[in-house]
Design a protein around this ligand. Sequence first.
Ligand code: NAD
Length: 487
Amino acid sequence: MTIPGTLDNHIGGREVAARGGERIEKFDPHSGRLQSRIASSAAADVDDEVQAAKAAQPGWADMPAVQRGQILHRIANVMEAKTDELGAVVAAETGKSLKEGRGEVGAAVQCARFFAGEGQRLFGRTIPSGTPGKLNLTVRTPAGVAGLIIAANTPIANVAWKVFPALICGNGVVLKAAEDTPFTASWTARAALEAGLPAGVLNVVHGLGAEAGEPLVLHDEVDVVSFTGSTRVGRRLAELAGARLKKISLELGGKNPFVVMDDADLDKAVRWAVLSAFSNAGQRCAAGSRIILHAPIYDRFAERLVAATRALTLGNGDNDDLGPVINARQLANMLAAVEAAKGRGARVLAGGGRAEAQGLAEGYYMTPTILDQVDPSDEISRTELFGPVTCLYRADGFDHAIQLANAVPYGLTACIHTRSFDRGLTFCARARAGVTVINAGTHGSEAHMPFGGLGLSGNGTREPGTEALDVYSELKNIALNVDATQV
Ligand code: NAD
């Protein structure tokens, strides 16, 4: 069976039940059936994990970074060789197609390889001094124990984006898996062990956020925290970390604008709008959840977008366009948000409800939904939903489009479709976002590119890319003083 019926924590290379013996039920998003019963961990379990990471970390840090990179390459090789197996785990836990699961594994392998290579490039600087005979160097040293907390939306990519940079920098790691995709994280820890990662360097704790995640942030021996998840939880963790002067990296939500101007290639723009809004069932921090249309093409574009959206097929097959959302709570949240927006005057152009078709009705499927007649200041315009729901807005001109694009407290990604070089680059300069795109989707980054956002989308850090090394290492300045009279 792809997913084990029960799942324990991974501590020091062994599978260990939570001390309290309690379990959380995890359901299959496609069928709504019970899939697994996972360890429900608490502070004492987190402490066991942290102690295992702390014990293993010095040996790992002593290994030259180039050799650590060779182990990361071996982990990448195991993941690649078992793409079908891991892709099936991702698919089963999320309700995505096997094709998407395998694609995600490919991205995670790329990430492992990039950070493996960074082991050969943990560059520092040499800095001239005003003092005669003095030379300053910077070197990267491990932070110590890294506490990583991730979301479920792209489970193996989320594991890879945090675990591999943390490892190459020489840290011991405790990974708090997303409770909706627990086995993807445990699978990776087992594969890493098989590939030669010393036991205890990578540990996985399962459980609910407040019970198993918070103790990781609060733990005195966790030196750096990296969190991918909602802005609500990120803000709380920033407060906890801030009170302890603990380094924390926050990769949070988005409400990303997708702008289409009157000079755009409309066929291309429709294709990208559909992908931006509905791929991964809209469960992307970079989802195009606000589609801003230049007035002259509003009606034409809306009509084509609605037709393309209605043609999408739901299901977990390789030919389907989108799968379910991750759990029943998420589905209920989105249905409620759409109903509330309708009550405030929103018009439903497509979707708007739960999928009722045979084979889908038991799962957490929502029909891809387009709303218009929504005020830019309405709650649905300003709050991330994290599902297949997007809203249309009318812009009178370029400046108005930018104003609408920037009218939310988030600032993760922003995209414009235009044939004009001047409009495209001016948009990139003025859009308040960490990632800006011309003529494609509100898509995320690749493993070697920095990703992160402004405002409620993060706290200024960038992961992955070389910039992730700044999160997981401490820069040390070494001063060499040469006394020429002693030669
Ligand atoms: P969430 O914040 O509810 O949960 C994310 C993780 O945090 C889970 O592992 C959860 O168990 C844990 N958690 C929850 N409460 C916690 C607490 N009090 N203390 C410690 N840990 C806690 O988010 P979600 O709904 O599962 O995920 C969706 C969110 O993630 C969206 O907002 C999305 O935009 C964001 N996301 C951001 C990025 C990015 O790179 N910026 C990428 C993917 C997802």
